[in-house]
Write a protein that binds this ligand. Sequence first.
Ligand code: DP6
Length: 417
Amino acid sequence: MTRSAPVSPVARQVTCTAPVNIAVVKYWGKRDAKLILPSNSSLSVTLSQDDLHSRTTISLAPTHVTDRMWLNGSECSVPANERLVNCLAAARRHREALEKANPELPRWSTWGIHIGSENNFPTAAGLASSASGYACLVFTLAQVLELPLTGPELSRYARLGSGSACRSIMGGFVAWNMGTQADGTDSQAYQVAPETHWPELEALILVVNDAKKGTSSTVGMQTTVATSALAAHRFTHVVPERMRAMETAIADRDFAQFAELTMQDSNQFHAICLDTYPPIFYMNDTSKAVVHLVTAINRLMPTIQAAYTFDAGPNAVIYAPRDHMTRLLQLFTYFFPAPTDVSTRDFFNDPYARVPEGVVLGRDFPAEYQAVRDTFAVSTPGAVKRIIHTRVGDGPRVLSSPEASVLNAQGLPKSLK
Ligand code: DP6
């Protein structure tokens, strides 16, 4: 019989969740790759953790001899991950400074750290998890080490893990100010508006089927900075004005403005990817069909109905006010039918009950949009693998229930893969 390692009576353990965010003014380009300092400011919407989140448990104990980490149940090497090492070092340095200033504090900065982290969305969905993952890591570290940090200060630590992670430290609408300091002390996130400001804003994530592995954001954006003349124009002449316009659109809850800026910024991000040498293509034919459909329905109706945006992959994120969601769901499920081997419930499970009784998704076509019915081809079933419905949400949360923990009392994974 194997015996598990004795647990230290003083061990500390904290579990938290952190949200995903999807940018409406995109971050693409670094001026300092080590400190992860961006070439332009960016702005995103934090999505609800009730739908998508990373969950991280940190166990801190004098008996943990080395730092260890398990991601979705599999152990990964801590020393091999420079960004993870940087986040841990920054948090420990901070704790050490507090301990030096007050010798009565326990010397937690010298203890070993075990990290267990999981995403509640499948990696196969192709959704980037680095933003929620690193935001959750540093938020949990700050809790377990009792670091008295403001949101913007904490966002600087998350930035060391992944640029976009700094925006997942807060809920609602979040901007990342690129800053000008060489040491990154002013390159941090701030909340433009809380999630309560515009609760009607919702999002659909169309998970697009794509066999090939795309260029990683980190590698892609370095090549863009090195080769794209268009990117230089974007950094200096487009983004500063667009950030101001986007903040105003959000403050005014002006969906037409918000949508137009969001779509224009997504288009420009993909344009600088195409201007990269050699070029980078993230959108595929299904992504392009989504752009055409959204453009057509926006043209057809008297007001803008929806905004599309695409990150470093073919998935579409559609922002729209709650009132438009039923019709949009009818349209997307009609033109992008579920894979033949997937049940309707697995394709789209309607968490916010937006499909009225009697309406059959994929079959019933909304009357207002009859004009687009004949102009668009229905895609092959499964071109979109799954539709996730979510909305604007809050920042990271601390979970108090022991059941929520990813690690057991010994600081080891509850389940291994
Ligand atoms: C297209 O934050 O993943 O999603 O800082 O190298 O980790 P690193 O890159 P990452 O890039 C995100 C790029 C984007 C746009 C955005 O989220 O703003």
